[in-house]
Design a protein around this ligand. Structure first.
Ligand SMILES: *Cc1c(COP(=O)(O)O)cnc(C)c1O
Length: 393
């Protein structure tokens, strides 16, 4: 029907700088974690620390996925069997699975109808004597109300690990996600995120002990500080294993990409925001619930642009997805809530009726294309396609 090429739901934006830096890395002979990764970590720290110089500085360590980073953060906090961790149901399974890696239990809670971020009233009802931590997700790139979340965590003495996979760069009340007084925030550089290294992630924390433990566990439990202390006296082949660690380090090939993606991240955010603003204006007259924008002194990373069908529309989500595909436009759904996934549903005997906000959102939502490489013509095409879907109601 449509002569236009298929418009995917997401695409990375990779320039000549990234390609050249990868080529330099390959020619250097140093492929695994080394100087490029150290530079990427330092650059990432510098960006966050420059954003809020008044707040305590953070350290950053690169890992081969955000999932790995979330696991390292929980490990460093000593989360284990018998502990419970509160997680919003409206997220990707990675947020919750790392809790099970540690042998702790996941307690899923519902989200707020506007932002689809964690509902602290639902979280309050979920707290027990075993609750040890809470993992807020900055859904779609819009920050959780972190002052409220941190006050809640303090009230119940909970550790806080932020799933910031969608949230670079994101601000709440002028504070960058990564700089809040949580235990750690973990960013993702998966191929479709707001910046990418193909696969990769970054653990950020203001707590040097957490960073030191995560660094050791990132690479087989080898303690580099012990190593460094003795390098002057010991031969270069010597190392000490202090724990059964993981293999979660990021390669220099990936970091070569990240160094340049990071430099472009503000430019990427501005383009994503411009597209989101255009959507919010042009789709306002359709029977849709459009996504929340950031409040004053906020910044939305706009990883996703999620629309929900209004209550009165006769269309279903599947009708809309199908009609968009017929017009050559890709879309997706974020997320099939965890309470519907067989593992989580069966393990914790979960009922959809316990998560009414997430359940309703899921049934009526779709994510339309949003990425920095989209042209204005691509954006207009999506808008026209959305109007066409509802014109034939
Ligand atoms: C992408 C994503 C992750 C996992 O990131 P990886 O880097 O692929 O491990 C975790 N949580 C959320 C909400 C995500 O979207």
């Amino acid at each position: 029907m449509s002569a236009l090429p298929f418009l995917p739901f997401a695409l990375p934006e990779i320039g000549e700088e990234e390609i050249q830096e990868v080529a330099t890395c390959l020619r250097s002979g140093w492929l695994t974690t080394g100087p490029k990764t150290r530079q990427f970590e330092q650059d990432f720290e510098a960006v966050l620390n420059a954003m809020n110089p008044d707040l305590p500085p953070v350290q950053a360590i690169a890992v081969n996925s955000a999932t790995a980073g979330l696991h390292l953060a929980l490990e460093a906090l000593g989360i284990g069997p018998g502990d419970e961790v509160i997680v919003p149901t409206h997220t990707f399974t990675a947020t919750a699975e790392v809790v099970r890696y540690m042998g702790a239990d996941v307690v899923l809670v519902d989200v707020l109808p506007g932002s689809l971020n964690i509902d602290l009233q639902a979280a309050r009802k979920a707290v027990t004597a075993r609750t040890k931590a809470i993992m807020p997700v900055h859904y779609a790139g819009l920050a959780v109300d972190m002052p409220a979340l941190l006050a809640f965590a303090q009230e119940f003495n909970l550790r806080v690990v932020e799933d910031a996979a969608h949230a670079f760069p994101t601000l709440h009340n002028g504070v960058a996600v990564g700089k809040f007084n949580s235990d750690a925030a973990v960013f993702s550089f998966y191929a479709n995120k707001t910046m990418t290294t193909g696969e990769g992630g970054m653990v950020v924390s203001r707590h040097p002990e957490l960073i030191a433990r995560a660094k050791t566990m990132r690479l087989h439990g080898i303690n580099r500080d012990v190593f460094d202390r003795f390098t002057a006296k010991t031969p270069s082949w010597y190392y000490e294993v202090v724990a059964p660690g993981f293999k979660y380090n990021l390669t220099d090939i990936a970091s070569a990409i990240g160094i340049h993606q990071l430099k472009k991240s503000s430019q990427f955010q501005r383009r994503r925001e411009a597209i989101a603003n255009r959507y919010s204006e042009a789709l306002a007259d359709l029977p849709l619930v459009l996504p929340e924008h950031a409040g004053p002194n906020g910044l939305h990373a706009w990883h996703l642009y999620v629309v929900r069908l209004a209550d009165h529309t006769p269309k279903t989500r599947d009708d809309v997805v199908e009609a968009l595909y017929a017009q050559g436009i890709g879309c997706s759904v974020h997320y099939i809530p965890l309470h519907l996934q067989p593992y989580w549903r069966d393990r914790y005997a979960l009922k959809a009726s316990d998560f009414p906000v997430s359940q309703k959102a899921y049934e009526r939502m779709l994510s339309i294309p949003l990425y920095s490489k989209m042209t204005d013509a691509d954006v207009d095409r999506v808008i026209a396609a959305m109007h066409a879907v509802f014109a034939h109601a």
